[in-house]
Design a protein around this ligand. Sequence first.
Ligand SMILES: NC(=O)c1ccc[n+]([C@@H]2O[C@H](COP(=O)([O-])OP(=O)(O)OC[C@H]3O[C@@H](n4cnc5c(N)ncnc54)[C@H](O)[C@@H]3O)[C@@H](O)[C@H]2O)c1
Length: 342
Amino acid sequence: METEKVKVCVVGAGRAGEVHALNLSNRIPLAELTAIVDQDLNLARQLSEKVGKVNVYQALGDALKKEEIEAVFITTPTFTHASLTLEAAEAGVHVFCEKPMALNLEEADKMISATRKNNVKLQIGFMRRFDPEIRRVKSLIAEGAIGRPVLVKSLTRGPGLPPKWALDPKTGIGMIAEVSSHDFDSVRWLMGNEVKSVYAEADALIHPEFKKEYSIYHDVYVAILRFENNGIGLIDGGCPVGYGYDARIEILGTEGFIMVGDVKGSSLLLCKSDKKAVTETFQSWRNRFYEGYIGEAESFLRAIIEDRPPEVTGEDGKKALELVLAAIESMKENKPVQLPLQ
Ligand SMILES: NC(=O)c1ccc[n+]([C@@H]2O[C@H](COP(=O)([O-])OP(=O)(O)OC[C@H]3O[C@@H](n4cnc5c(N)ncnc54)[C@H](O)[C@@H]3O)[C@@H](O)[C@H]2O)c1
């Protein structure tokens, strides 16, 4: 039913909250944005002004009491995801939760069981699965275009530092989780298989001074994944790189390879008599995955309306989280880590 709308509330009026609130209010007819929650009411008010005035609250509980909310978009720091998901699920509200799903696997399990028990949907924010080109790659692999995938490489570099809470082990999981949760999900999804071991190397090579503040701080890293089918995954990450937002994937199969993603964010090319050709990079994840953010929100709302499982489930979120946690354990122990994690 194209005219049906789902009443949604965005919880967290920061960077990701803004992207979702703008999409839900302006670009997705299936959504009716009814409220914005942020513990900093000024931020909630500012975002409300940008999207065209909706009610604002300081806590999810207040919004749930006062508004008729059918779904929440949780766009707060990682350490708040589990408690907010449980609160929404117990109120019978569907949950879209940003990555990384939670701080640890116990929290992820609680989120999965609370949403299941209360019969509400849980989708995790892996918008790359909704990027039109990456979706096409998944279809090409399924059609056998490159034979059997044997190596999946995924690279992400971010232009600037994420918020401080993401780097502090009390409130976040660290850079690899903040920047590359998406890569772990993409590699697993495109290989179509489960990972049996993870080995990671990481260091603070761009900002070594941050190691004094956060013992787990790293800004350049690689992770090698070994799949149950013996396929290999390779994740390469760095942040902050300054030059732009860079996300690229390559899949080698037994009968060919596919590359997707480009560091160039524009077809504009400036050529001058100095014989240089200059173009632009993507400035941010916001414009690189513009369509992906709209696609994932639409798909979540359709799952609610059509009462079908979301395309990216809580279990997918937990698997990606397990891979990130295994990579961090491997960085600390300097050896491959076997899955499942104990
Ligand atoms: N999918 C993506 O590409 C993408 C991009 C950026 C961020 N994220 C994810 O989105 C989440 C938020 O990241 P961000 O960069 O927007 O963070 P942010 O710090 O910019 O914003 C978080 C907001 O949440 C608010 N907040 C904190 N605790 C709260 C609570 N209990 N109730 C209500 N509001 C609360 C803060 O005041 C802040 O305004 C993280 O999980 C992050 O990993 C995803």
